[in-house]
Each structure stands twice: as C-alpha cells, then as structure tokens.
Ligand binder design. Structure first.
Ligand code: T3D
Length: 257
C-alpha cells in the first residue's frame, strides 16, 4: 500500500509530505507511526539541516481522522500517545522546521503547523481551530501556542468560534511567518530552507529552546493538561454528537452543560 508519509531530500533539506489527500491528510494511527519514524530518521541524519512539513493534494492536514477506530475508545490515550510526542519532537527538533501550508489546516493539523518554527502558507490556505465544533478543546499544543502567537483575545476568538482564518489574515495578526501567492509557495519555502540550512543548527535550536522556556508554562506540561481535558471532553455525549454530525454531513445539536 502507498506510503502515508513521503520523504524527499534536496541537499540539506528534508521534506516530509503527509499523504492521505482523499481525507485532507487527516491523521490515522498508521500515519502517526510513519511520521514518527520519518522524523526520527531525519533527526538522526546529520546531513539534514532543515525540515519541511507539507501536505499532498489540496489540504495541509485536517487533524485527527474522525473515522479512525483508534480514537473511538480512548481520546486521551490518542493525544498522549500521538499528538503530544509529535508536538514535542518538532518543538525540540535539532534543526529548524518549516510548515509549508499548501491548503486547509484544521484541528490538530492547524496546531501541528503552528508548532513549527516557521509557517509559510499559500494565499488559498486557511487555519481552523475546529475542536469546539465537535465539543473538544485545542490540542497538539494549541492552548500554549495560540495565546503566545496572537494574544488572548484572538486565541479565545479563534478557539471558541472555530471560524476559518484565511492565510492572509493569519499573517496580518502575526500567527504565521508569511502568506505568499500559491505559485510562489514552493520557491519561498525552498529559499527560506536553504537560508536556515546554512545557519548554525545548534544555535538555532538553542534559540528556540530559550524563547520557549522563557514562557510561563512549560510546553510539555501544557500538552499533558490538554490530553487530560481532551479525554474528559471525549467521554461526554456532545463529542459523539459532534463527530456523528460531521460524518453524516449535518448540523450538530449540542446539549451538555
Ligand atoms: O482522538 C481524538 O479525536 C483527539 C484528537 C483530536 C485532534 C483533532 O484534530 S480534533 C479536530 C478534527 N478535525 C476536524 O474536526 C476537521 C474536520 N474537517 C472539516 O471540518 C473539513 O473537512 C475542512 C473544513 C477541514 C475542509 O472542508 P472542505 O469542505 O474543504 O472538505 P471536506 O469535503 O469536508 O473534506 C474532504 C474529504 O476529507 C471528505 O471526505 P469525502 O466526503 O470526500 O469522502 C471529508 O469527510 C474528509 N475529511 C476531512 N477532514 C476529515 C475527514 N475525514 C476524517 N476526518 C477528518 N478530520
């Protein structure tokens, strides 16, 4: 069967492409496993001096695959086993990580991108904190990342409404590094990657670590807290209603208080 993560190397730059385009590259347990392996391989390879994450097809990543059976019983476990280590791996990666956001980034897919050191998005791309629509809370670092990127008012606004934020607006409010024309996405990313690859990796990684540890709550602690609350949310009836409504392509009716 086809690889769920495509890896390509051009000089010092490794590009990993999420490859489930028919489901907007949403995460299954299998895709998580392949991404983990590909990240470990890139981290261990001294010739890799910059990592690019992107998505195949029209989307970047739609977050958790809401059809995946693994999440049915144990959402807290899914967050602990998959999203938390993924976010931590990227946040402590030995070389800079660029999210090249080619299309919609929703739920954990949005926060996967925001956890990277740079986000370059195509003008047609967008970001959606989709969690509230299925009665969950942001994970994959969203509760820590968002207020730091855009401030409390915008963080709450985005996370509570789950509204779609176009890439241009995301750049305007400082949530991402750059929004570029679709046709320029690859070139812009490649030239940033080449620049970063030529800089001293160790100093860049330490810069990231210092900037992150200067923040009041530790990233790992925030990720643990997210997993716990996500577990509690997923056991409430509103979550089943939210997922059911999405899969049946109808509007959800929430009742929990
Ligand atoms: O274990 C846990 O649950 C805990 C972890 C939680 C982390 C999370 O990420 S929770 C958030 C999960 N993600 C979402 O709720 C987003 C769901 N997707 C959407 O709202 C929409 O697909 C988008 C706004 C992202 C894009 O809309 P649009 O109209 O451009 O595309 P579409 O038609 O909705 O999607 C295209 C196909 O991808 C479609 O399949 P089909 O009808 O062509 O066979 C759609 O069902 C599928 N798809 C999109 N997102 C997901 C998905 N399938 C499964 N899971 C998805 N998340």
């Amino acid at each position: 069967s086809e690889a769920l993560i495509l890896a390509a190397t051009e000089g010092p730059v490794r590009t990993l492409t999420l490859n489930r385009p028919a489901a907007l590259n949403s995460f299954t347990a299998a895709m998580h496993a392949e991404l983990r392996a590909a990240l470990a391989e890139a981290a261990a390879d001294d010739s890799v001096r910059c990592l690019v994450l992107t998505g195949a097809g029209r989307g970047f990543c739609a977050g958790q695959d809401l059809n995946d059976s693994e999440m049915a019983g144990d959402v807290e476990g899914v967050v602990e086993r998959h999203y938390k280590p993924l976010a931590l791996t990227i946040r402590s990666f030995p070389v800079p990580v660029i999210a090249m956001v080619n299309g919609v980034a929703a739920g954990a897919g949005a926060n996967l991108a925001l956890g990277c050191d740079f986000v370059i998005a195509a003008r047609s791309a967008s970001f959606i904190q989709a969690f509230s629509k299925i009665a969950l809370v942001p994970d994959c670092g969203g509760t820590w990342l968002l207020p730091r990127l855009v401030g409390r008012a915008r963080a709450l606004g985005l996370a509570m409404t789950g509204d779609k934020l176009p890439a241009e607006e995301a750049e305007r409010i400082g949530m991402i590094w750059r929004c570029v024309d679709d046709a320029a996405l690859l070139d812009s990313t490649q030239s940033l990657a080449a620049k970063l690859a030529a800089l001293p990796s160790k100093a860049l990684a330490e810069t990231r670590r210092l900037i992150d540890s200067a923040a009041p709550m530790d990233f790992a602690l925030a990720l643990g807290q997210e997993a716990k609350v996500q577990g509690a949310m997923s056991r409430a009836p509103d979550f089943a209603e939210g997922v059911g409504a999405f899969l049946q392509k109808r509007a959800a009716v929430f009742k929990d208080r």
